[in-house]
Design a protein around this ligand. Sequence first.
Ligand code: ZN
Ligand code: ZN
Length: 233
Amino acid sequence: MDLVGIYIREAFEGEGCPVCRTLQRFEEEEIGTILYEHVNDPAVREQFKASLGLCPYHAWRLFEVASSNPLYGGLGVAIIYEHMLRAYLESFDGGIVEGKCHLCFLVEEKERLTVTAIAERMDELLPVYRDSKAVLCKRHYELLLGELEKRNPAFVEQLKEIQREKLENLRKLLEGFIENSDYRSERGPSVEESRAIRRSIEALKGLPLGINITNFGAEAKGRRKGIRFGWKV
Ligand SMILES: [Zn+2]
Ligand SMILES: [Zn+2]
């Protein structure tokens, strides 16, 4: 398997949604690169300015990543947002247009590439997926299914079957958690049953990423019809 394939395979061997996990890592790396290398890069500054300092989700992620790592500290964020406030004040009376956040754009592009790469390697990834604790979230399961229908239709039914089994397994674990939470239960909920709570939310809603929060609604509707901002699924 090639390098991209190895990277994706690792995500499939883990727990949770392999696509969300890949995007979460990517997003954090991108934010790290901005803070570490590009705070004073004029091109990156212009990208920030176009959205007046990213979308609310990514602005707060930037702040969190900077605050949680002493390597970055607050200086980079201060420099960026001093510039953003200046830009805002310059056109304070005239109003300012907030364009699309470029981190949203980058993550969406990465999502598209990741789903395509998975669909192309489904023969190798499907057995890994079947045997692991990974569960594609609803959004990424649907995107992958759409991609498979175009590129690799032979795997559509197998993926559906595995996905249904995984979700049913999660449901049973939650049922076990509920039953064993009863005071008459001898053992109490197991670690696996307790972990199923978090895993179930991830399976239905994905990780708390911009793509799962910001784009919910109109885009999801478009996706069901097979139209998604120029990307046909
Ligand atoms: Zn996902
Ligand atoms: Zn964003």
